[in-house]
Design a binder for this molecule. Structure first.
Ligand SMILES: Cc1cc2nc3c(=O)[nH]c(=O)nc-3n(C[C@H](O)[C@H](O)[C@H](O)COP(=O)(O)O)c2cc1C
Length: 152
């Protein structure tokens, strides 16, 4: 059994629903998963997590949702090195914002890479113009991610 920390950034709840669907699947697979809408470096450091799964939408012009900004900023100022800890990013957006499509997830991925996290599977983008079932789409990617992070 592994422990997975799931920081979530969401404005209207879509990313939160995706994060909860992923957590439910991880629990079904025998893992422990905690979705955190108020993510913090303290929780990241203190939880003895085996992996981190960031789920975030994008708002404004390529910005992170407000509830994830303090975490993002603290990752920069406190630099909690990840020492190869596996992470993944599920990035929700809308491709009509062509220049900033899924930028929020890209920012989080960049930051975890800077902190020496290891991404065995590249970030997935989920486009609101292409799907009405983001939770279902995310679970396909999650399977690939869990197979890579927790090989049988
Ligand atoms: C005000 C506003 C600004 C947005 N800006 C972007 C953007 O810059 N890039 C992008 O890819 N999606 C953008 N989106 C689309 C959202 O990221 C997308 O609808 C997402 O599924 C919302 O998830 P949430 O409910 O968890 O916040 C924007 C949506 C709104 C309402």
């Amino acid at each position: 059994m592994a422990k997975v920390y799931i920081p979530v950034g969401s404005v209207r709840g879509t990313a939160t629903a995706v994060a909860q669907a992923c957590a439910a699947q991880l629990v079904k697979d025998g893992h422990e998963a905690v979705v955190d809408s108020d993510a913090s470096v303290t929780a990241l450091n203190d939880g003895a997590w085996d992996a981190v799964l960031i789920v975030t939408s994008t708002t404004g012009k390529g910005a992170l949702p407000g509830n994830l900004v303090p975490f993002y900023d603290d990752l920069k100022s406190q630099s909690p090195l990840q020492n190869g800890r596996p992470f993944g990013v599920i990035s929700l957006g809308d491709s009509s914002h062509d220049r900033t499509f899924c930028q929020g997830g890209a920012l989080m991925e960049e930051r975890f890479c800077e902190l020496q996290g290891r991404a065995p599977v590249p970030r997935v983008t989920i486009d609101a113009t292409e799907t009405r079932t983001p939770e279902v789409d995310a679970l396909f990617w999650l399977k690939e991610w869990t197979d890579a992070v927790f090989p049988a």
